[in-house]
Design a protein around this ligand. Structure first.
Ligand code: PTJ
Length: 253
């Protein structure tokens, strides 16, 4: 049972709830200690953005949903932070797009891989892919080890809360990469095919809704959504948004 420390009436309830989920993740062996630091950095960006889903994120969510629906072999990559924050949402999204959830960790730990698998199953997953004999070419971290049934043969890989090198390496291997990252300056945000600059807990429910809608669309319509999407443009819009927001707040009397 997760210990929630903050009453729902608290003005920063959601922010505290996500901290509690991650603290529980660390206690149960799902999340790495470093995951808390990663989340802290994201909290700062969320504060600057204004803790809402803005149009630059909504258009990226649409493009991501279109790409996931069109993909032949989409894979959702799960790490210790996303397992603690959005396990249920990953399972629901997985069921809509072929059930390919794959555990992939930066901070190597066989024990944590097992705990994450169990956690996903507890949240309704039927099948979990684990790191295996597949390899991502060009990276040396633990993330290079992938499933031969998963990322090895994927055409689209969803890597929310990623840490850099893998996105570029996967793209070099001919795959398209979708990420969720509140930091538009991160290497992953800058190199992904589609970057959703939003909190993963706000983005995932919206992505699921759009995937459900887009499953009824024609291929032509989905291809048009992807063609018209420009990742550089949404990254610029998110940075200009932060700049304008700070300027408005700074000049308030
Ligand atoms: O479980 P592991 O070992 O695979 O490790 C997972 C973490 C996330 C600790 C690891 O991948 C890592 O160190 O990542 P980084 O380099 O800190 O990058 C994570 C990115 O995700 C950063 O740019 C953060 O701003 C962003 N981020 C973190 N939490 C959220 C987020 N973006 C959106 N929503 C969040 N809740």
């Amino acid at each position: 049972m997760i210990k929630i420390h903050t009453p729902k009436s608290h003005p920063r309830y959601l922010s505290q709830l996500y901290r509690d989920l991650l603290a529980d993740g660390v206690e149960t062996g799902v999340t790495s200690l470093q995951g808390m630091t990663a989340h802290g950095r994201a909290e700062t960006f969320d504060y600057l953005i204004g803790e809402k889903t803005y149009p630059f994120a909504k258009s990226a969510i649409d493009a991501a949903a279109a790409l996931l629906v069109l993909a032949k072999h989409p894979v959702i990559s799960v790490n210790g932070n996303t397992a603690a924050l959005v396990a249920k949402e990953f399972v629901e999204l997985g069921k809509l797009i072929g059930n390919n959830l794959e555990v992939n960790l930066f901070h190597a730990s066989k024990e944590r891989e097992k705990k994450i698998k169990e956690h996903l199953i507890k949240n309704g997953a039927v099948k979990i892919l684990m790191p295996g004999k597949g390899r991502i070419v060009g990276i040396e971290s633990n993330r290079r080890m992938i499933s031969e049934e998963g990322q090895s043969i994927a055409d689209v890989v969803f890597v929310p809360l990623e840490d850099g090198d893998r996105t570029a390496a996967l793209e070099k291997m001919g795959k398209r990469v979708i990420t969720v990252d509140l930091n538009p300056l991160s290497r992953t945000a800058q190199t992904a095919t589609i970057t959703i600059v939003d909190h993963v807990n706000r983005a995932l429910p919206l992505l699921i809704t759009r995937v459900k809608v887009f499953k009824k669309f024609t291929h032509e319509k989905l291809e048009k959504i992807i063609r018209e999407f420009n990742n550089k443009k949404v990254l610029s819009e998110s940075m200009i948004h932060i700049q304008k927001r700070l300027q408005t707040l700074a000049l308030q009397k």
